[in-house]
Every structure is written in C-alpha cells, then in structure tokens.
Write a protein that binds this ligand. Sequence first.
Ligand code: RB5
Length: 142
Amino acid sequence: MIAIACDHGGYELKQEILKYLDEEQIAYKDFGCDSTEAVDYPIYARKVTAAILDGSCEKGILICGTGIGISIAANKVPGIRAALCTDCFCAEATRQHNDANILALGGRVVGGGLAVKIVDTFLHTEFSGAERHQKRIDLIEG
Ligand code: RB5
C-alpha cells in the first residue's frame, strides 16, 4: 500500500501520479490535499509519515511545489528516509542504497511524464541489502 499526499503546489502533479497508480492497479491511500487552495505542507508530510510508521503503508509519495519543504518535514520524523528526486537515476539509487521509504517530488519542477517514470522506478526498485548500506542507514538512525 502506497501513501500519497501533496500541498497545493503539488496537487496537479499528484493527479497525474494517481492516474498512473490507477492504471497500474497499485493500491494507495490518498491523504490530500484535494485542490489548489493553499495549505501547509508539514501537515500532509505528517499524514504520510504516520501511515508508514504505523505499518498501514509500506512507501510514500509526497509532492509540494519544489519537493523541498515537504521532504524536510518528512525527514524530521525518526525512521523516515524521504528522497527528493528529479531523475530516475536518483530514484533507483535511493532505493538501492538508502532504502528510502518516501519519494518527494516537486510539482513545479518535474513534468508529469518524467514524474511518472521516477515513481515507477522508485516503486519497483528494491533495497540492495548490502551490509555497507545497512550500516550507513543504521548510523542515520543513531
Ligand atoms: C508553496 O507555495 C510552496 O512553498 C510549497 O509547495 C513548497 O514548494 C515548499 O517547499
């Protein structure tokens, strides 16, 4: 199960991501927001991080205008590794190396076509499980 949320700056891109998830029959929970009316991105980051930490969702997607604010907010939560990606190389590497559990996107940065490929890469790439990467992830958590 994928948790997805956005602020007003990410709303339009989220609609394109939801279309991809529907087409691919990938199950998701949409935590809002539901329009381009201004909202506060930390609230939506918190909804998705909570869904991951309570085990109801395995990965998350967060979208704001740049992807920066919403990833900063998500990364304040212990156990969350949110990766802001603008290309497929980083989406693949952050799953393989960082075992990132949230993908952050900038709705005003990447177009729908690229964003869908980034999401597809993120969702279909496994953590390598390499000892060196696990050690570094453990060091992040302290
Ligand atoms: C909202 O205007 C914008 O600040 C927000 O979407 C995001 O880009 C913040 O980092």
